[in-house]
Design a protein around this ligand. Sequence first.
Ligand SMILES: Cc1ncc(COP(=O)(O)O)c(C=O)c1O
Length: 395
Amino acid sequence: MEYENRPFYRDTWVEIDLDSISWNLARIKQQLPAETAVIAVVKANAYGHGDYRVAEAALKAGASLLAVAFLDEALTLRDKGIQAPILVLGATRARDARLAAVHHISLTVYEQEWLEEAAACLQPEDRLAVHLKVDTGMGRIGVRDGAELIVLEQLLRADSRFEFEGVYTHFSTADEPDPAYFEAQLALFQERLSLLSGKPKYIHCSNSAAALRYPAAHFNAVRIGIAMYGLAPSSTVEQEVPLPLREAFSLHSRLIHVKKLPKGEKVGYGAAYETAEEEWIGTLPIGYADGWIRRLQGQEVLINGRRAPLVGKICMDQCMVRLPGYTEPGTEVTLIGGQGAGRISVNEIADKLETINYEIPCLIGSRVPRIYKNANEPGCMICTPEDIILVDSAH
Ligand SMILES: Cc1ncc(COP(=O)(O)O)c(C=O)c1O
């Protein structure tokens, strides 16, 4: 691998299967009309998967645009050589509008004052692409009032330094069984669109759930996040849209120490676990500082394809596992993903933590290096864990 060639020395890593990301996006695209543009959502370091590599894979798989939450994330992608159009979905300070224009980064706008302040910062030669964000019921950023939307459009069209590139909204319940609120949001968006004097290049409102469930909400672009990573937005969507997605994220470690403890010995902080009999206990070099948080106490991991429970409290940098018997130090342990016949899904970890699958890969921090697998691109291939020496931990 020819980039970011810094070795790492801890036996804990995330593997990102870029082929799965491309595969997922290709499957999703198949469900959409050919003319529908895909906006690949790579905010939050591509939901913890690694922004740059995912962006590349998504673009190769046919995404037309990338979307991030903050200008900083867009600039990071530019620094890493991504030249594709990027939309910032979140709020950007008006005084940073020029920076966005210089780097050809599209911004989300929903306030007249913002446009006026940005206009004061832009130079005559600048051109800033803007997507107007309509709040149709999410209660987050976005213009709520129809009259204000009309003013925003007029201001954009009156100043040649602005390009009215898109208009969009975001659904709050597209993944839920009851469609009523979704339908109300969609109807309001359509009503707001009718107020515009002309249509911009991109009209988009669908996240993964809406894109997969509601063709009426496609317009001419959809914003795909979670499904691209191989995860269903909710169990409702999973049951309704049987799209075979492939999870791209897996988390691995190794036994760095193995010991036999007699019955009645304590393990971990608070001496919270006591061996019920003579037990083999292994130590893993991952802890809550990596996002493997204390509430994962008792979670099972895979060793030689079989499940084994974490015992004792999870420490900042380490945790302990009860082994079925003596196991060679250095043995690979899978905390998320498949190993042999076993599999621990992202959803299993989300259920354990009583949260949504989105949160899990985001939770695994930047201290854990991301390793990229891409069978079609030899230069980017990391094959077996033994080969893992060149990594991309900076993302
Ligand atoms: C504005 C916006 N659009 C699109 C998405 C992508 O949603 P999903 O990951 O459910 O596809 C998000 C994600 O939170 C978002 O905030």
